[in-house]
Write a protein of this length. Sequence first.
Length: 433
Amino acid sequence: QHNAKSALQQDTTNNTTNSDRPVDKPPANTETVFYQCLDKSACKGGVDSTCNEGHTGKLCGVCEDGYGFDKFKCLECPGSPFVSILFVMLFLVVVFIMFVLVVHFAFVDNKLFGRRDEKMRYSSVSMKLLLNHLQLISVAADFRLGWDATAQQAFSLAEITSLVNIDFRTFNCLFGLSFFAKFTLYAIMPVVFVIISVVAIVPAALRKKQRGVRTSLWDIIFTINVVATYVFYPALLRWVGYIFQCQNLYGTQWLERDMTLECGTSKHVLWKRLAWVMWALYVIALPLAALIFLAWKKRKGRLFTRATSARLGFIYRGFHDGLWWWEVILHVRKCYIITLVLMFLGKPLLQTYNLFWFIAVNLIINFLFQPYNTKHHNRLEDFSLAIVLFTLIIGLILHYTNSSAVDVVLIIILWLINILFCALLVASVVFLY
């Protein structure tokens, strides 16, 4: 069965005849019901449908042995485990380098305090713009608009580096962690960073103190953890939201990220409660506490002092003094976009049009307020939002067109624009540094 309106294959779970990769059958004495597979490439579609190779289970949403889960697709694992180890190590190296660079530029900007050209030299602001852009672009991959394999790989690369996403093929092939195990990793990540930063920094600071070298221990620990929270924050929000994503199948709810887990069971309810606690802590309490603290510092006239800038400057540095709170706008933007991805999964047109107008409003607001200290960073933010709009337009064209030649041309244009813009952001970081 094919749904021409959404251009997505539909999967029927009635009277399956293929016993190798069957789709779960409905209860006895029920009428024929058509369900959409979690990914259009997972099932063949049509009456008496079966799953494609590598897929099995409910709505073809479970991977067979030898296949790794990757955005609702089941991709064949590399022939050798050493290849998986190599890819996972490469992922860890890339994430580590990205994190170290952001921390390094934050420290560099801390040292600029008091210089006459201080506000013109913030390289960490350009790094934040780069991360924000990659995070926005990677969201497009979650909208099932008919992206080809090349575009999906590019989006996945942006997502892995900017969102620190471990839910990709080679990682799943190598470790085979359950959904709740991966959720736990993200849940404890902020605590782990605090422990690692304290364990790593305190001994080094004590050794320097013994040699008579003055070090600001708390400034270093604060900066590392503020940067870590900023980098891992969107991924953490996503995984909290995944707990609430359930798919109805014959009156029973199943977790979309793992169709072997039934929603509403005592185990799932327990994890949902933990997710609510994390949501309240990371989405509301932590940002609100930071905002109140910075507002208190502003009221006392100590917001733009060396001490506050050295610890929390990464949050408000780069904005005009009167718009020091602008990071709240960016926080709301991230929360809204992630909520949009999670709530309307499987409805790509609704997601795309919603995000298009939301980004357009953000572009107008940024153009009117010009929140950054320099015209350079304001223009980069304008370009970033405009490129996201252009990416969504191309996605809509790909969704409606059936011309492979047009698809290739559009994807090449999309690649070139995003590569050139990312190169421009990197050049900005280097130039300001």
